[in-house]
Design a protein around this ligand. Structure first.
Ligand code: ADP
Ligand code: MG
Length: 271
């Protein structure tokens, strides 16, 4: 296993999370998931253990089919572990919870609903009173930079805009944890970078815990406090790499020696 230059693993004084009380938002203990396939079962993830602190931004990297989406579905409470345990704020996670929001690669908006109506949906399901729901949805529309598009239908949105709506919808009931499964996978490179900055801005404004699956090494480094790397299937935790780059992050950082060193290290691990 290649390790980056040890100097890069020392936390500089500019870390955003510095000084915050740390407490564990998510704990995964010896998680394995096997899918039935009529042939002894297909093991998707195997014996994964890690903790994620509140307000941490963690990216999950790994080859296709290594169980990243499976892990995220378990963290969302959508899929029970075959063995092992998952805890959310110290409580066993048994089912989906309001405190955990989820964004998929495809925005999955309802085509007949406007931007505002799509974002209102989770609040309608919770019977939040109309006035309050509308106010919260409009705040989110501002936060994701879609003011002026409230009444637009999904067919008239670009891919990046649709993903912003999906992020706003996942945040509207103010979940503590945001899980994102390759949310920018369908976007062109520049839009993707801009969406990354947008997500960091939202994360910083709302102080969420974020777990995001991505295929992109630079994206993982640019965004996160830590990168978890999976092995090929069955996914095991191959590396848990802290990213001690200063925040707020900006384009300059992509060209820094520390960034290059981390990218090299991750590239070598993924193969
Ligand atoms: P990744 O997101 O890393 O590409 P996935 O978690 O989607 O990987 O899948 C891991 C493995 O589990 C793959 O081999 C996939 O085919 C299999 N798998 C995922 N979901 C199911 C399911 N519902 N039923 C059977 N096999 C599944
Ligand atoms: Mg996946």
């Amino acid at each position: 296993m290649i390790q980056p230059n040890p100097e890069l693993l020392q936390a500089p004084s500019l870390i955003a999370n510095q000084g915050l009380q740390s407490s564990i938002a998510i704990e995964v203990r010896h998680l394995s998931v096997t899918f039935p396939n009529g042939n002894g079962g297909l093991r998707a993830v195997e014996d994964i253990s890690f903790c994620i602190e509140e307000q941490e931004f963690v990216c999950v990297l790994g080859p296709s089919g290594s169980g990243k989406s499976t892990l995220l579905r378990v963290l969302a409470g959508l899929l029970p572990p075959t063995s092992g345990e998952v805890y959310f704020c110290g409580q066993p996670l048994k089912e989906p919870r309001r405190e955990i929001g989820f964004v998929f690669q495809k925005a999955n908006l309802m085509p007949w609903r406007t931007v505002l109506q799509n974002i209102l949906l989770p609040l309608e399901l919770q019977n939040v009173p109309n006035g309050e729901a509308r106010q919260r949805a409009m705040e989110l529309i501002d936060l994701v930079g879609l003011r002026g598009f409230e009444d637009t239908l999904p067919r008239d949105l670009s891919g990046g805009m649709a993903q912003r709506v999906a992020i706003a919808r996942a945040l509207v009931h103010d979940p503590q944890v945001l899980l994102l499964d390759e949310p920018f996978g369908g976007l062109d490179a520049l839009t993707r970078e801009r969406m990354g900055d947008e997500l960091l801005r939202i994360w910083q404004a709302r102080r969420k815990t974020v777990v995001m699956v991505t295929h992109s090494i630079p994206e993982a480094i640019y965004l996160s406090d830590r990168v978890l790397v999976f092995t090929p299937r069955p996914g095991r935790l191959r590396l848990d790499l802290p990213v001690y780059l200063p925040r707020p992050r900006n384009d300059e950082i992509r060209y820094s020696p520390a960034f290059g060193e981390l990218a090299k290290c991750l590239r070598a691990e993924i193969g």
